[in-house]
Write a protein that binds this ligand. Structure first.
Ligand code: COA
Length: 378
């Protein structure tokens, strides 16, 4: 009886369900736009901070606004000493950095006296703090894991520059900063993806920004979403040589395994971010003296296309881009979070501004009409 109420109405994985209206980013065929600008245009001409302004304010800043915005972010490029001490006390040994980041982002809320505020100006400051500090958290994790001192960021530098600086403790070169900055632009938002939706679901209960961001980090962590980039590099390492790649992939597909970094719920004609990252991967793997990682990736790309008709997504070529930059493999997904937090924040604000709590139904498949019995009768 109950099973019939919603019979035929199940959209597993919510495929094709339009859950809200949005003006932040949009996918049509193989085109991704942020606030109406194509990702190719932004990746080539813009910078991460400007893209964040665009995502939050619905337009590009003029020169004065851009300077003021960068200054606002810089203001929060610091962490309270007590918060650093608490974060340093968290375990890092055998801890995945995404698990650590989830806890760390939640911990930061305890030092933010505006965390619960519903005043839009205070909420904007919370967003600026999270944007400035997400990279600091990831770098802090890595420094603690290596038994090294935390390197405080420099307020006159960009978020991309500072991330590399905090990670390595030395000034990064301009080209590497540009590569990371482009990666941050490419990962900043992606419509109603799993983590943005998680953020929106949490904020739809009118829960606070930190809670919504922690929900999003938790969703991003999974290998079907942001966790795929790390899995791609582990797969390449496992394959080992270009010559092994084709057979390895054919074998994996024959065993019905998923090849990480391929396929997409929305893109059926290719992910435009993957095209940009492929070019970067080819260039950077050559520059780092290890072109085999790109060659292997290209063989895998061709094989998966031929065998399954699937195209690479953002996570496939970003893996070899980060590897060429010498970034530890398990930091790839945290870097995704360093960028995507800005998109989550845009979604949280959009949700608050036009809210209705998310509350879908499930189609009942369990038994009905059962009667409770005392323990001695079961
Ligand atoms: N490798 C092999 N087969 C894949 C695949 C992959 N990466 N992605 C999808 N498929 C296959 C599925 O097995 C399924 O085949 P079937 O119909 O024979 O059972 C079909 O393609 C549809 O896949 P499905 O998992 O239902 O698509 P989805 O829309 O639910 O999931 C992803 C989309 C992205 C989660 C999925 O493509 C995937 O798991 N990719 C690998 C993880 C990844 O790269 N995630 C990052 C996304 S940006």
């Amino acid at each position: 009886m109950a099973a019939e109420v919603y019979a035929g109405a199940v959209d597993k994985g919510l495929e094709g369900v339009v859950a809200c209206t949005t003006k932040i980013s949009f996918i049509v065929d193989a085109t991704l736009t942020y606030r109406g600008y194509t990702i190719e245009d932004l990746a080539e001409h813009s910078n991460f901070e400007e893209v964040v302004y665009l995502l939050w304010e619905n337009r590009l800043p003029n020169a004065e606004e851009f300077k003021a915005f960068k200054n606002e972010i810089s203001e929060y490029l610091s962490l309270p000493a007590d918060a650093i001490a608490a974060l340093k006390a968290l375990p890092v040994k055998d801890v995945h950095p995404m698990a650590w980041l989830r806890t760390a982002a939640s911990t930061l809320a305890l030092w933010d006296n505006e965390a619960q505020s519903t005043d839009p100006k205070a909420q904007k400051r919370v967003a600026l703090r999270l944007t400035a500090r997400m990279g600091m958290l990831v770098a802090l994790f890595e420094r603690v894991r290596q038994g090294k001192d935390f390197v405080p960021p420099k307020k006159d530098q960009s978020l991309a520059w500072n991330f590399l600086y905090m990670l390595n403790g030395t000034d990064p070169d301009e080209e590497t900063v540009k590569v990371l900055d482009t990666c941050l632009i490419l990962h900043a938002d992606h419509e109603l993806n799993c983590s943005a939706f998680a953020a929106r679901v949490t904020s739809s209960s009118l829960s606070d920004i930190y809670s919504s961001v922690v929900s999003a980090i938790s969703a991003l962590k999974g290998p079907l979403h942001g966790g795929a980039n790390e899995q791609v590099m582990l797969m390449l390492k496992d394959i080992g040589t270009v010559d092994n790649a084709k057979e390895w992939i054919k074998d994996a597909l024959a065993q019905k395994k998923k090849v990480m970094g391929f396929g997409h719920r929305v893109y059926k004609n290719g992910d435009p971010r993957a095209k940009i990252l492929r070019v970067m991967s080819e260039k950077l793997t050559k520059k780092s003296g290890e072109p085999k990682w790109y060659e292997m990736s290209k063989t895998i790309d061709d094989t998966v296309q031929n065998e399954k008709g699937l195209l690479p997504n953002v996570d496939f070529y970003s893996a070899t881009v980060y590897y060429s930059m010498g970034i530890p493999i398990d930091l790839y997904t945290p870097i995704f979070a360093v960028s995507r937090v800005t998109g989550w924040l845009a979604h949280i604000f959009e949700q608050y501004s036009n809210n209705r709590i998310y509350r879908p139904r499930g189609q009942w498949e369990g038994p009905e009409g059962l009667k409770w019995k005392p323990l001695n009768q079961r």
